[in-house]
Design a protein around this ligand. Structure first.
Ligand code: KG4
Ligand code: ZN
Length: 339
């Protein structure tokens, strides 16, 4: 089955054709990074306006590259920026109606967690880690549609923390890439930033980034070692070390407690070189570690088409009244202090 995937949940306008959830025939990603750079972040109104201009040529390019008949359309309809989601959803409805083919709405987070299955053959269950600008989720993935959230951020997403620190110090945009690059030349111990103040006994896999972000932005001197240079490189390296180590600690705890032996990491922050090198160490411990290639880590429509195939195969479809939703409650684990 040739499924056309459409993804417009944030600032990537993407379309892809995937055969039977596995073989990618085309994967077109038109990124709006340049359009949002001057604002140091994604401007929702601007993002949706650009999607309306780009969606038709992007889908056309994906279909031309694939050069096959399209059997069904899968589109991200949750979660994300509502105005942006609506562009993809409306286009997909029109496309499906014009062609008389099935339509299915896809959860962006489930698609990120499914992405490694396109390139790897990971046996379920595995530990899924999604680290992006909008999400930080650690979960047990038991099937293409089944997962159990073990931990999430209780405030900022990890990528958001990278972006906000970079914006404050004018390191560059997108912030994660700029910090990763600066950190290569910095001393990660120049500043000893604190870890999150979460009751780890009761919430061992939850994470918080707002305290770290505030420490780096507002209380630099308090955590300085007193002798190193207060350079951009040293700030970046020290922040990155703390942010990633917090995550690694929770991944390790989740692996040990669940007994899972495979781990898949996706989302934009999965590109981080320090995170990747720390996760390589899990391989030495006998774990299978899957990093989807970069084009499948960041936002793309191949993961939407690939996951869509499974629902369609199981007879699941949406009608033309399908809604777009900014949020998905399943991925907000309620944090209860002390409980
Ligand atoms: O998955 P993604 O492309 O979009 C979202 O769904 O959010 O992730 C974007 C996030 C941004 O916060 C960006 O700063 C971060 O991924 N990022 C990185 C790196 N490359 C991108 N963070 C840390 N290190 C990187 N090398
Ligand atoms: Zn994403």
């Amino acid at each position: 089955m040739n499924v056309l995937g459409i993804e417009t949940s944030c600032d990537e306008c993407a379309a892809s054709v995937v055969v039977d959830g596995k073989t990618i025939l085309s994967n077109v990603i038109a990124s709006q990074i340049e359009e949002h750079r001057i604002y140091y972040g994604v401007v929702p109104e601007l993002a949706s306006r650009i999607h309306t201009e780009w969606i038709a040529p992007t889908v056309q390019a994906a279909i031309d590259d694939a050069a096959v008949e399209i059997d069904a359309v899968a589109v991200t309809n949750r979660p994300g920026l509502l105005g942006s989601l609506l562009v993809g959803v409306s286009f997909a409805k029109g496309f499906a109606a014009a062609k008389g083919i099935p339509l299915i709405g896809i959860d962006h987070i489930r698609a990120h967690l499914y992405a490694p299955q396109i390139e790897y053959k990971l046996d379920y269950p595995y530990l899924g880690v999604l680290v992006s600008g909008g999400h930080t989720v650690i979960c047990k993935v038991t099937g293409y549609d089944d997962l159990e959230v073990l931990g999430t951020t209780i405030d900022d997403a990890i990528g958001e923390a990278f972006d906000k620190v970079a914006k404050h110090y004018d390191f560059g945009y997108p912030g994660g890439v700029a910090i990763d690059r600066l950190a290569q030349k910095g001393d990660p111990l120049a500043f000893r930033f604190p870890g999150p103040k979460i009751r780890e006994k009761t919430n061992p896999y939850d994470i918080s980034y707002s305290g770290l972000k505030s420490a780096v932005i507002n209380h630099l001197d308090k955590y300085w070692d007193g002798k190193s240079e207060k350079s951009s490189e040293n700030i970046a390296a020290s922040f990155q070390r703390t942010a990633i180590n917090m995550l690694i600690k929770r991944i390790r705890a989740a692996l040990e407690d669940t007994g899972l032996t495979s781990i898949s990491v996706g989302g934009g922050v999965a590109a981080n070189s320090y995170l990747r090198s720390e996760l390589e160490k899990f391989r030495l411990g006998g774990y299978t570690v899957a990093f989807p290639s970069m084009r499948l880590c960041t936002d793309n429509a191949a993961m939407i088409a690939a996951l869509g195939y499974h629902y369609l195969k199981d007879g699941i479809r949406d009608g033309y009244d399908m809604k777009a939703s900014a949020r998905v409650s399943a991925f907000k684990k309620q944090y209860t202090p002390g409980g």
